[in-house]
Design a protein around this ligand. Structure first.
Ligand SMILES: [Fe+2]
Length: 356
């Protein structure tokens, strides 16, 4: 994996600004609320303590629950959580998720009114501090939000999305009638109105939850591929031939393509081949290709999800659509992409246009 600049062993004072920003500005934490932080042994203790202390200082009633080590992100949809975890989560007004990720019980709790903020990627890995400081403190998340909204508006009105790249991507998706989501990390609008009770932070990835059966062409994947139990960057691009929202053939980089084919076959789950089940454009100038979710925000890169979107759609899609149900949700990335929406260029060779 690419350059981790920093491994988190000690609390950095800057991180307290991060926890303050996430809890107050992005999750709208209020005095008197009950906060539950769910984590596992991936996450450094001082990162947990910084969140807990910041929430307590805001007047919240604060608890933390350490779970047995959570599964890799790709296999989260099929994982069954203990009722003990679910029962504790049911009592919280705000859940800080650093272990769970995609799970039915969180969808149900969000529907019932709980707010869920997901710093990093809900896997809380050792470098999370560096990732969050870079993406939330070294750039202006509200500026990222403005840009994400402007691009989301064009996506919202669009009918056809075309993605191409020098590596060989040539992919067309019908987006007529689909609602775009901006994925900007903020739960509230500028007037303090709750927009969504689920946010992953850092943000900046406008795009779509895609109905099952949509999308044709070729995806040339030269960025991170998250599958099985790994994050890999292939040495040569991996090519997916896509027909009606489904992978028909995987070729390219011998190691990754072979291992991915084997893994998909081993699942005995035909829906694991469905995709893209979401497609998003990264906007963050500070995001790097690390194992944190920031890799999905790398500016000018496109991320496609595969497998399940039945757990994601309730958070992001405003309209009913045909969903894909699978025991896995895995993701791939095209670097340096070009995106056209109804002929309007959003991003050319990885350089995002000016829309604000
Ligand atoms: Fe995904």
């Amino acid at each position: 994996m690419t350059d981790y600049a920093d491994v988190s062993f000690e609390l950095k004072p800057e991180f307290l600004k991060v926890t303050q920003y996430i809890l107050r500005e992005q999750a709208g934490l209020k005095s008197g609320e009950r906060v539950l932080l769910i984590y596992d042994s991936h996450t450094p203790q001082h990162v947990i303590d910084a969140f807990l202390g910041t929430a307590a200082q805001a007047g919240a009633e604060v608890y933390a629950l350490k779970t047995p080590m959570a599964p890799h992100p790709a296999v989260q949809p099929g994982f069954v959580w203990s009722q003990l975890v679910i029962s504790a989560a049911e009592e919280a007004d705000l859940i800080i998720d650093m272990a769970i990720g995609y799970a039915e019980f969180l969808v149900k709790l969000a529907k019932k009114g709980a707010r869920i903020i997901v710093p990093g990627d809900a896997t809380g890995a050792p470098h999370i501090e560096d990732s969050l400081i870079r993406c939330l403190m070294l750039e202006d998340p509200r500026a990222v939000r403005r840009e994400a909204k402007a691009i989301g508006k064009i996506m919202d009105a669009g009918k056809v999305m075309r993605v191409t790249s020098a590596a060989g991507t040539d992919f067309t998706l019908n987006i007529d009638g689909l609602d775009a989501d901006v994925g900007d990390g903020f739960m509230y609008d500028e007037n303090g109105e709750l927009l969504t009770s689920y946010q992953i932070t850092p943000g900046g990835m406008p795009g779509f939850i895609v109905p099952a059966g949509s999308g044709d062409g070729v995806l040339a994947l030269d960025g991170i591929m998250l599958y099985e139990n790994v994050h890999h960057i292939p040495r040569d691009p991996v090519f997916f031939t896509m027909e009606k929202g489904r992978i028909r053939e995987i070729t390219g980089d011998r190691y990754v393509a072979t291992r991915l084919r084997q893994w998909l076959k081993s699942l005995n789950d035909e829906n694991a081949y469905n995709g893209p089940v979401h497609i998003n454009l990264g906007l963050s100038r500070m995001a790097r290709l690390t194992e944190h979710l920031e890799w999905e925000r790398v500016r000018g890169a496109v991320v496609c999800g595969f497998g399940d979107n039945s757990i994601l759609a309730p958070y992001y899609a405003r309209k009913k659509m045909a969903l894909s149900r699978s025991i896995v949700h895995w993701d791939v990335q095209m670097q340096i992409a070009t995106i056209d929406i109804d002929g309007q260029r959003i991003c050319e060779d990885g350089v995002v246009g000016e829309f604000v």
